[in-house]
Design a protein. Sequence first.
Length: 340
Amino acid sequence: VLGDGIKSGRKLPIVVSTWPFLEAVRSAWRSVDSGFSAVDSVVEGCSACEELRCDGTVGPGGSPDENGETTIDAMIMNGVTMEVGAVASMRYVSDGIKAARLVMQHTKHTILVGEQASIFAITMGLPGPTNLSSEESIDKWTNWKKNKCQPNFRKNVLPIDDCGPYRSSTNIDEKTCSNVERDGLDESLSYQFDVHNHDTISLAVIDQNGDIAVGTSTNGATFKIPGRVGDGAIAGSSAYADSEVGACGATGDGDIMMRFLPCYQVVESMRLGMEPKLAAEDSISRIARKYPDFVGAVFAVDKNGVHAGACHGWTFQYSVRTPDLDDVAVYTVTPEILTT
């Protein structure tokens, strides 16, 4: 089905998710259709994706960083209270969305990061510490090391050895620190984002009361620099919700997208009266004008259940479940031709 601004006539509840993560959407739907809140249903949907390791890019066992370790970014937002809980670069705990909800429920903070996020989650009752790597992620990392750690996310650096340590190419004595065999390779190969190496579940739920919540979970970009925080943990970038307006979810090159807060832009555009389809396209085009090679997508859904998507650099799919559907419907969105 083409995702071209689908009107549902306020048939609530509704679940919308990035990608054909069918089991995640079904799980969220079972929850919200049984009368549970939007927040609870978001947690159910994202947790299902984490357990299933959707596309290898959600939950444990995927996307190793430069050290071969898998870490988790996740976020949840309550569109009624505007509360947000998030964790980023979280080690040793696989339940990203549940950890994010604990941050929202039991702290006055918005985001916790790194090992301290893990300690918080475990002390609040989540299982851990757990090794989040898998045989697949370690094999992927080992092969990457054999390929001289290319491609990677470094720039303007010179490595002492094939895989570092790295030093700024503008602040070192190249005579003593450069690797002659690396001549011409000091600029890392271009990293290609696609659904196999960088993906996020971003899921929105409008419950039977019209309350809206969103959540995200991801193990981030493959071979990221350790400590990197992706847009999955950033409210307004990977997802945003306001029960007075609607919601948005995003996926793609988070390092670019978080500079524009595309989901905040979508919701604010809808607040000003823009249809979801135009709001989604406008948000993506703002990024594409500055970064024509970027890859990313958003879905938009207003408080009445009208939904649409927009993308750049790839073909995007998002999933929807409403009362008038027998099962999850998947909508396909093709890239718009950018006009200036």
